[in-house]
Design a protein around this ligand. Structure first.
Ligand code: GLA
Length: 383
């Protein structure tokens, strides 16, 4: 039985009614890391790893939610929504987001399950929040736009999970398109679709199996360092709104006042915003080699300047780079501090690459990495 059928069946067994079914994907990001919260450019895509929600209004103020994978049920009232780090708090955050817009007329009955690996950099929490927001909007016929739902999902992460994230992940989950990446301008929140044909190359994720938790790592610190830098730069250049508006020259002019650490981190952001734009041009010209070079460049910036990588991620990218005729590009993906690398592998070379990585990674870290071949898929939708 498919995941969707399992979830639908479980819902029926519990609640004896037919639910609406919603599918919400995780995402990859081809390039443009840690720049969404600086109004930069990113290039995410929704993937064929997703959550499925079976949902109906509950008929009262109660929410009865079952996590299929943990066989764990939780009931609470829409008048008792609490922040915290459990999966359920994310969903409470979404409901609170609707509440703040005056759109919380009642509770839900819901079964949710999926195969987006948690803590692997595929934005599982964004998929969870985006899918639940879409489902709630759908069953109450609220007719909110996808961008509003993305903001509600982001609000849940900010206010209920304590992660001061940008909007890339929620946007990608909600707006994803089949066989395409989204070149998203995080200032205008308008994207351009870039078709990605995986004929000559495949996208392979290699999971270090080092679990990251954005809230407890330096994610919020990195964001704070961007804000600190910005405040300094604004004194000299009041017209600047975000690091998106800053050039290398401006940074050099403010170098003394920024302090070394902030200068280095801000420089990475300025360069990554520029790199993402060059990468989009190369991808549109189908210059895969040129695109892959920028992926490697981005990785070493994330690792050495922005300091969000880890030994295992660096090791995987090093292996890929040593094997550049097979692996056109590779880099760490998402917030960092663990999770996956994304690899652009020449078609036909995947198995040899996997075998080599498996052996060398095991010899060094005494654990097996996990591999995910990903397809690019449609964003959140009703099944
Ligand atoms: C996490 C955040 C995103 C983004 C990435 C880094 O996935 O949720 O908003 O900042 O890290 O690019």
């Amino acid at each position: 039985m498919s995941l969707t059928n399992h979830i639908a069946q479980e819902f029926y067994n519990r609640f004896q009614k037919q639910p609406a079914l919603v599918m919400a994907p995780g995402r990859i990001n081809l390039i443009g890391e840690h720049v969404d919260y600086n109004e930069g450019f990113v290039m995410p895509a929704a993937i064929d790893k997703h959550f499925v929600f079976a949902m109906t209004p509950s008929g009262n103020e109660k929410c009865n939610i079952l996590a299929f994978d943990y066989d764990e049920g939780v009931s609470f009232s829409i008048h008792d929504l609490n922040p915290g780090e459990e999966w359920i708090n994310y969903l409470m955050g979404v409901l609170d987001g609707f509440g703040r817009r005056g759109l919380l007329p009642g509770g839900v009955d819901c079964v949710v399950g999926g195969n987006v690996p948690g803590g692997a950099g595929m934005a599982s929490s964004a998929a969870l929040c985006s899918g639940f927001a879409y489902g709630y909007n759908h069953i109450y016929n609220h007719q909110q736009e996808r961008l509003t739902l993305a903001r509600i999902a982001q609000y849940a992460e900010h206010e209920f999970a304590g992660v001061n994230c940008g909007i890339m992940d929620q946007y990608a989950s909600l707006f994803g398109e089949k066989d395409a990446a989204l070149f998203l301008d995080c200032r205008s929140l308008i994207h351009q679709t870039i078709p990605i044909s995986l004929d000559s190359h495949r996208l392979l994720l290699v999971d270090t199996r080092v679990k990251h938790s954005l809230a407890s790592t330096g994610y919020n610190d990195r964001r704070a360092s961007c804000e600190e830098g910005l405040a300094v730069i604004k004194k000299k250049y009041p017209e600047v709104i975000a690091l998106r508006d800053v050039t290398r020259t401006m940074l050099y002019e403010c170098q003394d006042k920024l302090g070394e650490d902030t200068f280095i981190k801000n420089m990475f952001v300025v360069e990554e915003i520029d790199r993402a734009q060059r990468a989009a041009e190369r991808l549109q010209r189908k210059d895969m080699q040129g695109f892959g070079d920028l992926m490697y460049e981005a990785h070493w910036g994330l690792s050495q300047a922005y300091d969000v990588s880890c030994e295992e991620l660096d090791f995987l990218v090093m292996l890929a780079e040593e094997d550049k005729h097979q692996v056109t590009g590779a880099r760490m993906m998402g917030g960092g501090f663990g999770g996956c690398t994304i690899n652009l592998v020449a078609a036909g070379q995947e198995e040899a690459f996997k075998e080599m990585v498996r052996q060398k990674y095991f010899a060094t870290f005494k654990k097996e990495p996990e591999f995910y071949d990903v397809q690019l898929s449609q964003g959140v939708h009703v099944i």
